[in-house]
Write a protein that binds this ligand. Sequence first.
Ligand code: IPM
Ligand code: MN
Length: 354
Amino acid sequence: MSYRIAVIPGDGTGPEVVAEGLKVLKAVAGPPGIKFDFHSYDLGGERYLHTGETLPDSVVEELRGFNAIYLGAIGHPDVQPGILEKGILLKARFELDQYINLRPVILYPGVDTPLKDKGPEDIEFVVVRENTEGLYAGAGGHLKYGTPDEVAIQTSINTRKGVDRCLKFAFEMARKRNKDKKLTLVAKTNVLTFASGLWFRAFEAMAPQYPDITTDYAHVDATCMWFVKNPEWFDVVVTDNMFGDIITDLGAIIQGGMGVAAGGNINPEGVSMFEPIGGSAPKYTGLQVVNPIAAIAAAQMMLETLGEEKAAKAIEAGIKKCAAQDMKSMAAGKMGLTTGQVGDKIAQYAAEAL
Ligand code: IPM
Ligand code: MN
């Protein structure tokens, strides 16, 4: 198959890690007969500082014509927080209706976790985060801005359609993974009786359609405790946008840190976007010290979503082998290899695993 991929290297260390992801994609393309046509877009902080543009509507229209989008990182120290995040990342998620943010939490063999007495067999779950609604919808406003009487309102938007499509994806994911066949809803039904109440009722209403899936519920605060104490309880977790943002950073650290954590912004009926979730790490820019595994795992997820299971599995095997055999640590500057060398190893192992 042939795929048109939009590549957004972005800011900081984004371009360095994206280069390694592309290297690995090229290494696994040949034997399965995959062809990639990569188109690069210079979106990010530099473009904004020069032109004032974030993600122009004309580019959004172009992005709709690709099979997938591969993103490095967005975030620039000279740009006020919020502008690039809202203008590029969130705009892409919303405009392309990427309503799922899929975040696997996998501890690869040989990788250190801060959790005492937990290993790869305990930490292997996936968080399905709703990605277009909730507190991220941008509903709200200020009154008496900047005065001592200021009022700030930020409303969480939860629609039955939005909740249902997210839950459906999560139930299907639990079935497809065929692991513990368990789906845990994470919310806050004891306080957010309207928003979490809707999630809970929709969850209960959908469960009978999936008699093979065990359902469970956990409050978000308790979830933070269980991720640390009993990560083995989780198989598929489904939650809203804000809670998903928070618990997946916790997920990232128990799997070895931001250097390993990948995410997919998925529109099952449209164009999806894959990214390492660690950000642009400006202080490391150009030093070849950041871990490209998260970006490479994002490329793997892109192949999975495109239906290229075999090539995706080969990348996973390559990541596991490199993490276990060749790397001293997953942390930036402590890998014992450069960013490029990690990419070289994974590309080689992945090609061998085909
Ligand atoms: C993430 C990030 C983004 C989010 C920010 C940068 C807008 O934290 O992808 O988790 O909150 O979704
Ligand atoms: Mn986040």
